[in-house]
Design a binder for this molecule. Structure first.
Ligand SMILES: [Zn+2]
Length: 244
């Protein structure tokens, strides 16, 4: 089997795109930083406001897909890690590799056109778990995108679900202007990924933005969130579509 066809479809010949929901590109009620729902028809969500207050800056986020709980994508993202316990399934990591490889092959030229040339990719470290992060293995299996850089470690600052912190992470080397794309599996409040971007910038790296496989949406939160979710999930997912 050729490499491209094995990446297009899984063993059942099924297109993985049907499990994905394209993120909104903007407009009223969409956060311009993280592409989630923003209250009162504004264009910055309350999570990004909290990040800005803590870090002084919010780095732009490109989600590959939105997801809700429960969903197959949510299970892949939760249980591809060996720390997923009884429900850990290595096949889920293969699914994530397929998604990421197809996205990088289709979209890296567009990302570099908007964000400039990227020298490396840095995975947001886990706040408590394994080193290296399982997403590093997923990324390396894509055989796509810029080289992986291993320069971030957990810092002394507390990182809780909603609270970004300037000392949440630290860098093991100086960036001297190297341009790094941050990569995460899931983006929820942004507290972790945005704190990682802050640490990279503080060490002299340029961080044009954060790429995440999935952005959590809770359609039960308000009718406005449900409306955004329904609007996005009505569209077919296209790896060659517009993401940035
Ligand atoms: Zn936001």
């Amino acid at each position: 089997m050729g490499n491209s066809s094995s990446l297009q479809n899984d063993a059942n010949g099924e297109d993985i795109a049907k499990y994905l929901v394209p993120p909104p590109m903007g407009g009223a009620g969409v956060c311009r930083h993280c592409r989630s729902w923003a209250s009162s028809g504004g264009d910055v969500c309350h999570n990004c406001r909290d990040v800005k207050a803590a870090l002084g800056e919010v780095w732009p986020v490109v989600p590959i897909s939105l997801y809700e709980k429960p969903s197959e994508l949510r299970d892949w993202l939760k249980f591809y890690k060996p720390s997923g316990g009884d429900e850990y399934d290595p096949a889920y990591g293969v699914k994530l590799t397929q998604i990421l490889a197809r996205f990088l092959n289709a979209q890296m030229p567009n990302i570099e056109e908007v964000w400039g040339a990227i020298d490396g990719v840095c995975v947001v470290p886990s706040t408590k778990g394994a080193v290296p992060h399982p997403l590093c293995g997923v990324y390396e299996c894509t055989n796509a995108g810029p080289p992986l850089l291993d320069v971030l470690v957990r810092g002394k600052g507390p990182l809780r679900h909603r609270f970004a912190h300037r000392d949440g992470f630290e860098c093991t080397s100086q960036g001297v202007g190297r341009r790094v794309l941050l990569l995460d599996d899931v983006y929820t409040t942004g507290a972790t990924a945005q704190s990682a971007a802050y640490a990279l910038k503080s060490a002299g790296y340029e961080v044009p933005g954060i790429l995440t496989i999935a952005r959590r949406i809770n359609p039960d939160f308000t009718p406005q969130v449900r409306s955004l979710w329904e609007r996005c999930s009505a569209d077919d997912f296209d790896f060659n579509g517009t993401f940035i």
